[in-house]
Write a protein that binds this ligand. Structure first.
Ligand code: 5AD
Ligand code: SF4
Length: 490
């Protein structure tokens, strides 16, 4: 745990995150705690008060927000969508690219007016940005009206920190530079038919462009019995789909010293639980093993979709990124997956304009996309993150070139998205009906086993149910279908 060090400007204590220390981390013991509770006196603090949380970034952050909501509601706070009604507003932030950070700084500018109009409002910043020393310094200098900053490793301290913030005139900053223990029984506020669930925390891959290993700490897997108990509980509560979360789920269990139990074993055990749909994200090609492919091929409640970030199709760039696999290894893995799970949907993440990326190296990404024929992809322009090894590399690709590469890449990806969608024309597929379409309340929206969005006309009573849909149109980004009848999942 962090040693605390007093800082003149901060009302409590703050040890700045150290990127150098993060890289040196070793095999310190991670303890698992099962006895979390909120002290009685803090349970009254939020009585008759309202909270609002704005979440940025990945599903891990969305899930952290559910924990924060759970904590706040145990303190008596109630949710509101109205900023003027809120007594506490938290920004749960993302640090993965610069534009995500810019959005948060812009938002702080807007919130300043609210704070001036209502001084009792508690304004807080949490999530990945808080783990960055430069961000904390910038907020304390330029946005001194912020009341509270806490990080990703001490969410469970929120009730105590809110108390500090309520009774202190100075900014309360508590960020742990080291990850700390796993706390099992934190409350979580889940809604709807789909639930997120962490199987592990942190990342030890240290891809050279990525800030996550610093902001989220070292890889720590939850014990299998705890994950399985939570899955069973979610099944009992009637959730239709769960998403297992980890920065690199394929590294699950690598840190267990007493048992040999990996992600494939976990999926084999979860497969037997009566819960209709199980998904996971994110995979790393390096750790994706044959046993896992074998288990996923048994299907049942394990869905036919794998998100397999490739980042680049060039071996030189993959090496500079320290991805620890080659283009050939990646393509071989894709081949094995497609053979074992013939109708699998593959999606990916790709970065263009990594420092030094040449036209030829970018072309290798295009040829890889053509070979894999992804169903869809998240594509990004490289963004330098302070403290990461890539930030020290010469970023010699002009912005216009990066932007043109992104456009070309997306155009290429879209060809295959459409082509893969067209393959489904005339077929009948199982769809979990998730709700009304965003654009037309008379149309329902749902997802196939391969995670494709499907629109069709039907009664609202179908929401939350499994139906069979015949695909009649295949635009690039979704499918249109007709209701054939009810489906029995699995
Ligand atoms: N610049 C651009 N994209 C990034 N990603 C991670 N770090 C960066 C960065 N510095 C992308 C990767 C990752 C996804 C979540 O975000 O593609 O898989
Ligand atoms: Fe970042 Fe690489 Fe870890 Fe993914 S595997 S979180 S890209 S360091």
């Amino acid at each position: 745990m962090s040693t605390k060090q007093s800082q003149k400007d901060y009302s409590i204590y703050f040890q700045p995150p150290s990127l150098t220390d993060a890289k040196k981390r070793g095999k310190e013991d991670i303890k698992v705690h099962y006895d979390f509770d909120i002290p009685l006196e803090l349970k009254e603090l939020g009585k008759d008060k309202f909270y609002l949380i704005q979440t940025y970034g990945c599903q891990m952050n969305e899930h952290d927000t559910e924990t924060i909501m759970g904590l706040l509601e145990q303190m008596g706070y109630q949710p509101t969508g109205d900023r003027h009604q809120a007594d506490i507003i938290l920004l749960n932030t993302c640090a993965v690219r610069e534009n995500a950070e810019d959005k948060v700084f812009g938002e702080l500018g807007h919130l300043k007016h609210l704070k001036t109009a209502k001084p009792s409002l508690i304004l807080g910043v949490c999530g990945c940005m808080s783990q960055e020393e430069a961000v904390v310094n910038r907020i304390s200098r330029k946005h001194p009206f912020v009341d509270l900053i806490f990080g990703t490793h001490n969410i469970h301290r929120l009730p105590n920190l809110i108390k500090e913030a309520l009774f202190s005139k100075e900014m309360v900053v508590e960020v742990w530079s080291k990850e700390g223990d796993i706390i099992e029984n934190l409350p979580k506020k889940r809604e709807g038919m789909k639930a997120w669930l962490n199987i592990m925390y942190g990342c030890d891959k240290f891809c050279t462009y990525c800030i996550v290993p610093y902001t989220r700490g070292k890889e720590r897997s939850r014990r299998p019995q705890d994950v399985i108990a939570e899955v069973r509980e979610l099944a009992r509560q009637g959730f239709k789909e769960i998403m297992l979360l980890g920065q690199n789920v394929n590294a699950y269990g690598k840190d267990f010293e007493d048992i040999s139990y990996r992600f494939g074993d976990l999926m084999e055990d979860i497969r037997k639980i009566d819960l209709p749909r199980v998904r996971f994200t994110t995979s790393h090609p390096r750790d994706f093993d044959d046993h896992l492919i074998e288990v996923l091929a048994k299907k049942g409640n394990l869905m036919d979709h794998i998100h397999l970030p490739v980042q680049s199709g060039s071996n030189e760039i993959l090496k500079k990124m320290t991805r620890k696999y080659t283009r050939e290894h990646y393509l071989e893995l894709v081949g094995k997956i497609k053979q074992a799970i013939p109708n699998v949907a593959l999606t990916t993440d790709i970065i263009v304009g990594f420092p030094g990326e040449t036209d030829e190296q970018f072309e290798e990404t295009i040829t890889l996309v053509k070979e894999v024929q992804y169903d869809s992809a998240y594509t990004f322009i490289y963004s330098a993150r302070e403290g990461t090894p890539a930030a020290a590399m010469e970023d010699n690709v002009p912005y216009e070139v990066k932007r043109d590469r992104l456009i070309r890449l997306n155009d290429t990806l879209n060809v295959y998205s459409k082509r893969n969608n067209e393959r489904l024309l005339g077929q009948t597929v199982e769809v979990l009906v998730e709700g009304e379409s965003k654009y037309n309340p008379d149309i329902l929206a749902g997802r196939t086993r391969t995670n494709k969005l499907v629109h069709f006309a039907g009664s609202k009573e179908l929401i939350g149910q499994f139906v069979n849909i015949k695909i009649v149109e295949a635009p690039t980004f979704y499918l249109k279908g007709e209701l054939v009848g009810m489906a029995v999942a699995n």
